[in-house]
Ligand binder design. Structure first.
Ligand code: ADP
Length: 242
């Protein structure tokens, strides 16, 4: 079995006349965490939508463990957290997690659910309340809980930390580092460069439709001759091509 969990090869995508992705090549090996960063509108969500076959490619290919990602089976062993996630408003937190456990063909045991809610710093009352009564951050945590409880090998998350308070973010980062130790693979978009530094083996900087840099945050700093990852990121998107 291939050690390349995700492979983008020459991916082009346009919406109408707007070319959003212009030849994306990217590899995420098994057990690595890759953080996708870029300005608003850079195309991060579009890359994720292409990966999950939510939208078609104009050219190129995306493979998951060697299979074309448009094949349903290729997407069996992954869990996905959309951007600005809100579960259906009429479900309770528990209903939602039960629904997601069926979708993931997994069994979420009560103790696992309680432990996960503890890790995410989410009050157990969220299980009995309808989602419409939860705050944005609490809804986001329910989505994260469903994703993490699935225990899938590959996690794909679109801005997973958005809306989380600093304590939950810290707890979540610790949990994700534990998943890395278990050789899980994570592909996520974020604006939080500090999270990338703490979590990621690789950062991919998407700018003007192209990947301007891939490598570790330390390599990014080295290439752009600074000790500060934020400065390296700015230099990367303000400079010419890699
Ligand atoms: P990011 O996630 O990096 O903020 P997106 O992938 O959401 O960026 O969007 C990239 C560009 O594609 C933006 O200019 C956005 O307006 C455009 N776009 C995204 N989705 C659609 C769509 N369904 N139809 C038309 N344009 C879209």
């Amino acid at each position: 079995m291939t050690d390349q969990v995700i492979t983008f090869s020459g991916v082009h995508k346009r919406y109408g006349r707007q070319q959003v992705l212009c030849g994306i090549d990217l590899i995420v090996p098994r057990g690595q965490f890759l953080g996708l960063v870029g300005v608003n509108g850079a195309g991060k969500t579009t890359m994720i939508k292409c990966l999950l076959d939510f939208t078609s490619l104009d050219s190129g290919s995306i493979r998951i463990r060697g299979q074309d990602s448009s094949i349903t089976e290729a997407r069996n062993d992954l869990a996905y957290l959309p951007e600005k996630f809100t579960p259906p408003y009429y479900l309770t937190g528990r209903d939602f997690l039960e629904y997601m456990s069926r979708l993931h063909q997994a069994v979420f045991q009560q103790e696992q659910i309680e432990s996960m809610l503890g890790i995410l710093d989410l009050d157990l009352a969220a299980l009995t309340k309808p989602v419409r009564q939860l705050s944005k951050g609490m809804s986001q945590k329910l989505g994260l809980a469903a994703c993490l409880l699935s225990d899938k090998e590959l996690l794909i998350m679109d801005e997973p930390m958005s809306g989380l308070d600093p304590r939950s973010r810290a707890y979540l980062k610790q949990y994700l580092l534990g998943l890395k130790a278990r050789n899980k693979t994570l592909f996520f978009s974020t604006h939080l460069l500090n999270d990338v530094e703490v979590l990621c083996d690789q950062v991919a900087v998407l700018h003007q439709g192209q990947i301007r840099f891939t490598g570790s945050p330390a390599e990014c700093c080295k290439q752009f001759e600074t000790d500060d990852f934020e400065q390296a990121y700015l230099k990367c998107i303000n400079s010419g091509k890699e």
